[in-house]
Design a protein. Structure first.
Length: 343
C-alpha cells in the first residue's frame, strides 16, 4: 500500500452466524477476462492481498473472518462478479456469501426487485455462475434460495491415515459443491457437533484436510484452479424428518477456520452424497443445522451430468442480515500494519 491512508468502505452481513464483509470502495482493480482469472491474479498480487489481510486479520477482523471483492461479471448474463476471501486466501465458492450478496444486491438497489415475489440475482463466482433467488414480502427480503453449480460425488469410503491421531484411520466421502469437501461423521472421532467439542472438531477437520491434500482425491477433474480439499465436513445424522434427512454439521475449512453457518457450498456437497444414497430424491428436503443452531434447508432442483458423471443442481435456502457499515483505514504509522492472526 502507499504511505497515505486508504479508505476501504464495506457493508457487513452474517448468514446463519457466519460473517461476510462486502468491499464496496477502496479495493485495487483486479484484472482478468473472467472471475476465475481474476482470482488467480488476486492470489499472486501483493497489492490485492494487502487489502484482504487488512480487512480480514485482527484488529479489524479475526481468524474466522470472511468477505469478498466485487468484480465485473464474465458477461452481461450476470449481475455481478465476486472474489471470496478468508484468512488463508481466496476460495472458489461460498454459499453463505452468495446468500448475503443476494440480500445486499436487492436492498442496495443494485438489482431491481419485485415488492412481492422472487427476484434472481445472478452472480459469477470462481466455480461458475450461480443464482441467488431473493424472496420479498411487502418490500422486505424474507429469504434467499441459492442455486449452486452442478455438484457431484468424487469418492466413497476413502480411507485416510492419521498418524499420531486418535483414531489412526477414518473413512471419508468426497464430493464437490463448488469446492471439494471431505465428509466424515463426527462420531468417527468420538465427537458430536456441539460447541463443547469445538477445539477437537477443528483438530479433526484439519487432520483430515491435510492428510488428503496433494492426493489424487484433491484434484478437480478438469480445472486445476479448482483443485484442493477446501474443507472437512464433520456431521451428526439426526435421522429423518417428515420431508427428508436432518443433519447437523460443522465445516472446518482453509487452515482450521470454522463456518458458523451450515455452509452453503458444503451443504451442496452433502446434497450430492445424500442424493446418491437415495435419501434426497424429488420433493425431499435436507434440514441442515450448524454448530450454533442456525439452519439451511436444501433440495435437488435438477439432475444433470458434470465432469462425465451423474450430478445434481442443489438449491440451498437461508437468510442474511446486515450487521454494520464501515470505513476502514490503515494508518501508515501503525506498527501492526495489515494485522495479524493468532491461529
Amino acid at each position: 500500500m502507499t504511505d497515505q491512508p486508504r479508505d476501504l468502505r464495506t457493508v457487513d452481513y452474517h448468514t446463519g452466524g457466519e460473517p461476510f464483509r462486502i468491499v464496496l470502495e477502496g479495493a485495487p482493480e483486479i484484472p482478468g477476462a473472467t472471475v476465475r482469472e481474476r482470482r488467480e491474479h488476486a492470489r499472486s498480487s501483493a497489492d490485492v492481498d494487502e487489502v484482504r489481510r487488512l480487512l480480514c486479520h485482527e484488529p479489524r477482523g479475526h481468524a474466522d473472518m470472511y468477505g469478498c471483492f466485487l468484480v465485473p461479471p464474465d458477461d452481461a448474463g450476470a449481475d455481478l462478479g465476486v472474489l471470496f476471501w478468508h484468512k488463508d486466501g481466496y476460495s472458489t465458492a461460498c454459499g453463505h456469501g452468495t446468500i448475503a450478496l443476494g440480500v445486499w444486491a436487492v436492498r442496495s438497489g443494485r438489482v431491481d426487485a419485485a415488492v412481492d415475489g422472487d427476484t434472481d440475482v445472478v452472480i459469477d463466482v470462481p466455480s461458475g455462475r450461480v443464482t441467488a433467488r431473493v424472496r420479498c414480502r411487502s418490500g422486505v427480503v424474507d429469504s434467499v434460495a441459492f442455486r449452486n453449480v452442478a455438484s457431484y460425488v468424487i469418492g466413497r469410503d476413502v480411507e485416510v491415515d492419521l498418524p499420531g491421531f486418535e483414531p489412526g484411520r477414518v473413512t471419508v466421502d468426497l464430493s464437490y459443491g463448488g469446492a471439494i469437501y471431505a465428509s466424515v461423521p463426527a462420531s468417527a472421532f468420538g465427537l458430536e457437533v456441539t460447541p463443547d467439542c469445538y477445539a477437537d472438531l477443528i483438530r479433526a477437520g484439519r487432520a483430515v484436510k491435510w492428510a488428503l491434500e496433494g492426493t489424487p482425491w484433491a484434484q478437480h477433474p478438469s480445472d486445476p484452479r479448482l483443485s484442493g480439499i477446501y474443507g472437512t465436513i464433520l456431521f451428526d445424522d439426526l435421522g429423518e424428518c417428515a420431508d427428508g434427512p436432518h443433519q447437523r454439521n460443522v465445516t472446518v475449512f482453509a487452515d482450521g477456520e470454522v463456518d458458523r453457518s451450515p455452509c452453503g457450498s458444503g451443504t451442496s456437497a452433502r446434497v450430492a452424497l445424500l442424493a446418491e444414497d437415495g435419501r434426497l430424491g424429488p420433493g425431499r428436503i435436507l434440514t441442515h443445522d450448524s454448530i450454533v443452531g442456525t439452519r439451511f434447508t436444501a433440495s435437488v432442483v435438477e439432475e444433470t451430468v458434470a465432469e462425465d458423471q451423474a450430478a445434481v443442481v442443489p438449491e440451498v435456502r437461508g437468510m442474511a442480515y446486515r450487521t454494520g457499515e464501515h470505513v476502514f483505514v490503515r494508518d501508515p504509522a501503525d506498527p501492526v500494519g495489515t494485522g495479524f492472526v493468532l491461529r
